[in-house]
Design a protein around this ligand. Sequence first.
Ligand code: ZN
Length: 71
Amino acid sequence: MQEIFCCMDHSDIAIDDFVNEYETFPIMETSGTSKCDYCMNVAEYVLKLPADHNIADAGNQNRSNDQGEID
Ligand SMILES: [Zn+2]
């Protein structure tokens, strides 16, 4: 499961990183127990891939369809 934990200060950066890496917007849930991936604060949020997003497919498409994305 791909997840990014972030505190409120780093939520914008975390979403940016998430979109850059997975090319989709994350589901944002409250965390409260884990630590932020960017600092030592408690992570307020955890960013997760949407349930219908297939990482393997996305990775393959990114490499093979780099120039021909039509939808
Ligand atoms: Zn942080």
